[in-house]
Design a protein around this ligand. Sequence first.
Ligand SMILES: [Zn+2]
Length: 413
Amino acid sequence: MTGNNLLSRLLRMHGFKVTWFAMVKSRKVLHLGVKPRKTGCRCPHCGRRGTIVARADCRQWEDVVVCGMPCIFFYAPCEILCPTHGRVQERIPWADDHARITYRLEYLVLLFCQMMTQKAAAQLLKMWPSTLSDNLHRSIERLRTGHRIADMDKLGIDEISYHKGRKYATIVYDLDRHCVVWVGRGKGRETADQFFKEALTEEQRMKIRFASSDMSKAYMGAIEHWCPKAILVIDRFHIVKALNEAVDEVRKEEWRKAEGKGKAVLKGLRWLLFVHSANRTKGATRRLNALKGSNRRIHRAWVLKDEFEAFWEYVYTQSAASFFTGWITTALKSRLQPMREFAMMLRRHAEHILPFVKTRLTNAMAEGINRVIKIVKNRASGFANLEAFTDMIFLTVGDLNLPAQIPQVFHTA
Ligand SMILES: [Zn+2]
C-alpha cells in the first residue's frame, strides 16, 4: 500500500483520495493534496457530468484535527459546462460549494458548539474563535436557507430577552415537536406579523389548530388575524405570574403602611406568598395562616391566590367555568384593588383562558427549551447581537437536523 492510499484509508476519505502529502513541521500541520475519486466532473446542482472548460486556482479546506495535528486539503477544482446550469465549478465531495472547511469539520463545529462554549470548541478544533464563529454562522445560515418550517398543529409564541435583558426577541415554538421554529427581532405586533406572513404559507396558517401566547395585544391580535381557525389559549404561566404580581402589589401596599411590629410580621414574606400550595412546607403554611390575625388584607389576597390554583385542575369546562366566574365575583368583592384588576383581566380574557381546561395547552411544553436557551445565554455571558443568539438557539433547540442536513457518510472525525 502506498503512503497516499494508507492516508486515504486512515483519514476515511470517502469519494476522494490523497494525491500527495507534506508535513509542515514548523506549524505542525499536515498538508494533503486531494482529488475526487470519480473522474468525469459533476455539476453540484444536478449531478450530471459536464465537459471541463478550465481549471480554477488551487483552493484550501481546513479539515479535522488528527492526533493534535490540523489537516489542510489542497485541490484545484475544475470548471465545467453543465447542459442545464451552464458554467459551474465541479461538485466536491468533501465540502460545500463556498465553504472553507470540510463537511466533517463543519459537523464537529456544530456539534461542539451545541455542547460547550465557542471558545472551548475553538480550542479543541484548533481554530481561532473568530474563525469558528464565522464558520458557525455560515453553516447555520446555509442549513436554514430553503429550510421550510414543517406544518404545525400547536404553536406557542413568547418573548425572550437578550443582551443583559435590554433587548427583546420573539420566539415561536412548535409545541408538538418541542422545538423553536422561528426567532425575530422585537416583541411587537410587527414582529409577530412578520412571522405569520413570511415564514408560513396560507395553507400552513390554516392548519394551526391551537395557539398559546401571553395576554399581550401584539401576539393575541396577530394570532387572531392570521390564524382565524386556531383556538387561542393564554399561557398558564403568564396568568399565574400576573396573579402573583397582584398578590405582591397588596403586600407592598401593606408594607408601606405598616410600622414597627406590623412591619416585622411582613418580613421575608414575599417568596412565601408565591409558593404553590403543593410545594409549601407546613411551617410556611402556618406562618401564612397566622397572617389572618396580623394582616387580614395580605391573608385575603393569599387565600384568593391559593384558591385559584384549583382552576388548573378542572377537567370539565362547565364546572371550570362556574368556578372561574365564582372566583372572579369573590375577588371583585375583596376590596383589594390589585386583585380586582386581576379578576377583571380574567373576565376580559375568559374566552381565551377557559379553553385551557379542554386543550391543556400551555407554553410550559416549551419550558425545557427555555431552560436550554438560558444555559446557552449564560454560557456565552449574553449576546450582543441577535444573529449570534439566533444561531445558538437554532443549533441547540431549533428544528435543524444536523446529521440529515450535512451530507457525508462520516459524521465522526
Ligand atoms: Zn447542472
